[in-house]
Design a protein around this ligand. Structure first.
Ligand SMILES: *[C@@H]1O[C@H](CO)[C@@H](O)[C@H](O)[C@H]1NC(C)=O
Ligand SMILES: *[C@@H]1O[C@H](CO)[C@@H](O)[C@H](O)[C@H]1NC(C)=O
Ligand SMILES: *[C@@H]1O[C@H](CO)[C@@H](O)[C@H](O)[C@H]1NC(C)=O
Ligand SMILES: *[C@@H]1O[C@H](CO)[C@@H](O)[C@H](O)[C@H]1NC(C)=O
Ligand SMILES: *[C@@H]1O[C@H](CO)[C@@H](O)[C@H](O)[C@H]1NC(C)=O
Ligand SMILES: *[C@@H]1O[C@H](CO)[C@@H](O)[C@H](O)[C@H]1NC(C)=O
Ligand SMILES: *[C@@H]1O[C@H](CO)[C@@H](O)[C@H](O)[C@H]1NC(C)=O
Ligand SMILES: *[C@@H]1O[C@H](CO)[C@@H](O)[C@H](O)[C@H]1NC(C)=O
Ligand SMILES: *[C@@H]1O[C@H](CO)[C@@H](O)[C@H](O)[C@H]1NC(C)=O
Ligand SMILES: *[C@@H]1O[C@H](CO)[C@@H](O)[C@H](O)[C@H]1NC(C)=O
Ligand SMILES: *[C@@H]1O[C@H](CO)[C@@H](O)[C@H](O)[C@H]1NC(C)=O
Ligand SMILES: *[C@@H]1O[C@H](CO)[C@@H](O)[C@H](O)[C@H]1NC(C)=O
Length: 361
């Protein structure tokens, strides 16, 4: 009775044969329903050990939670429809393993729990984890290399913490990652070359760390990238020309690059941008002449660079633009007499504009 649909669809010649199969199918379905009410899946014992050891370290008691009912970790809100962000601290489980007898932990949320000390290496034992959130705590020490064992991870968040040391090269093994959040995490050093494998990344928040070296060329091949935040690190320029391939970007923020000079040429085909912040990056050359094509642009901040030439008039007429910061450049020429209605915040100080009293051009 493995394929009831096939049996129904077969060419049964007599009605009697059909009803025989019908009864069989009903019995089959009843058996499944019965099995589900009498036998519940339980969490993999080694995962239970790992999670309990992690929680003991932080004095978190799973017994007080709406999951871990009567000692079973994968019960209650851990297996119903409640979203993981609404369970804190919390886990989610997938109970379909070993013919639905074994549950594995797929999500762990420890955001904003006043956690201190290192992240235990045994986190790497939860190998079916898809979502791990540790943000807004005071975790310290180096990130454990064992994070690289969580090869099913889609989301990894450890921002606003007090970690130190480098990003482990093992994170490059997390090839299913689509989102990584680590603003203000405390990490330092270069972006590991192994990160070239993370081509599925869509959202990357990495601002306000002490990342050094050049921004890697290979980021230009993360072709699914929608959001990249690289402000307030110790990177050196230039912005890699390979970034011209990131045509899906809608939020790009890079600031405080030292050394190497960049231009804005790479932007030419990235016209879906909504937010573009490129402050203090030693950018020279002019504002792209096709800036009028950037109809989704809401915020544009190119302050503290070495931009020259005129501002294209079309920039003052973009349909969505509300904020325009171009201060501290060497822009010149005249400004248009009128601006679009959405444009509310403008800062153009410290440039070389000429005042045009004739209103002509
Ligand atoms: C299985 O879980 C259901 C509800 O989730 C519960 O009513 C039932 O008693 C459990 N069965 C066993 C054998 O633990
Ligand atoms: C994690 O896995 C390793 C290797 O299988 C094992 O030696 C260790 O005891 C596990 N740690 C915990 C806390 O379960
Ligand atoms: C879950 O409950 C059991 C028994 O009530 C307890 O021993 C265990 O430590 C709890 N698990 C966690 C992660 O706190
Ligand atoms: C899966 O479990 C069901 C009962 O829930 C059983 O009838 C079936 O034989 C099991 N399949 C395997 C491959 O163990
Ligand atoms: C962060 O860690 C440093 C040592 O690495 C320590 O001096 C500092 O007090 C810590 N800050 C917080 C908020 O825990
Ligand atoms: C994970 O990454 C490290 C260093 O980048 C590498 O040596 C190791 O072989 C990788 N492990 C797996 C399972 O791919
Ligand atoms: C952009 O992508 C294309 C193919 O996807 C590749 O051939 C080209 O080298 C890339 N350009 C840069 C500057 O990385
Ligand atoms: C923009 O796209 C056009 C057409 O696909 C291509 O010829 C050009 O090289 C691209 N410009 C940049 C800066 O990538
Ligand atoms: C800046 O670049 C120059 C030449 O490319 C190099 O000699 C110098 O070491 C760089 N500065 C820093 C801080 O790396
Ligand atoms: C860019 O401007 C800064 C100050 O605004 C200046 O120190 C620097 O020399 C300029 N760089 C170039 C390449 O013009
Ligand atoms: C504006 O600056 C450019 C070079 O930066 C120069 O060629 C041009 O003559 C200047 N225009 C005016 C009106 O000053
Ligand atoms: C930016 O412009 C302001 C206002 O003119 C000036 O005080 C400041 O020194 C400038 N900063 C730089 C880095 O050029």
């Amino acid at each position: 009775m493995k394929k009831p649909r096939h049996l129904l669809g077969s060419h049964a010649p007599q009605p009697l044969k059909e009803s025989f199969y019908f009864v069989l199918i009903i019995l089959f379905l009843l058996e499944i329903a019965g099995a589900q009410t009498t036998r519940n899946a339980t969490v993999d014992p080694s995962e239970a050990r790992a999670l309990n050891s992690i929680f003991q370290r932080w004095g978190i008691s799973g017994t007080d939670q709406r999951w871990n009912i009567s000692g079973e970790l994968c019960s209650g809100v851990a297996i119903d429809d409640t979203a993981i962000r609404d369970i804190n601290p919390g886990i989610k489980c997938d109970c379909s393993f070993n013919n639905r007898t074994v549950c594995r932990i797929t999500a762990l949320n420890l955001d904003q729990n006043y956690l201190t000390g290192p992240l235990p290496a045994s986190i790497g034992n939860l190998t079916r984890m898809q979502s791990l959130s540790l943000g807004i705590n005071a975790l310290s020490g180096e990130l454990p290399r064992e994070l690289g064992m969580l090869i099913d991870l889609r989301l990894l968040a450890f921002g606003t913490n007090n970690f130190s040391g480098p990003l482990p090269s093992e994170l490059g093994n997390l090839t299913r990652l689509t989102q990584i959040y680590f603003d203000s995490a405390g990490v330092s050093g270069p972006i590991p070359p192994t990160f070239s494998s993370l081509t599925g990344l869509e959202i990357v928040w990495a601002s306000d760390n002490e990342l050094t070296g050049q921004i890697p060329d290979f980021i230009g091949s993360w072709s699914n990238l929608l959001v990249l935040r690289f402000q307030g690190n110790s990177f050196q320029g230039p912005i890699p020309p390979s970034f011209s391939n990131l045509t899906s970007l809608n939020d790009l923020r890079i600031s405080d690059l030292s050394n190497g000079s960049s231009t804005l040429d790479f932007l030419r085909n990235i016209t879906s941008l909504g937010t573009l912040v490129l402050r203090n990056n030693n950018i020279s050359g002019s504002i792209p002449s096709n800036i009028g094509d950037y109809q989704s642009l809401i915020l544009l901040d190119l302050s503290f660079n070495n931009l020259t030439g005129r501002i294209p008039d079309s920039l003052f007429n973009l349909s969505s633009l509300t904020t325009l910061f171009l201060g501290n450049n060497t822009l010149n020429g005249t400004l248009p007499a009128v601006k679009g209605p959405t444009l509310r915040n403008i800062n153009l100080v410290a440039n070389r504009f000429t005042i045009d009293n004739s209103n002509g051009r």
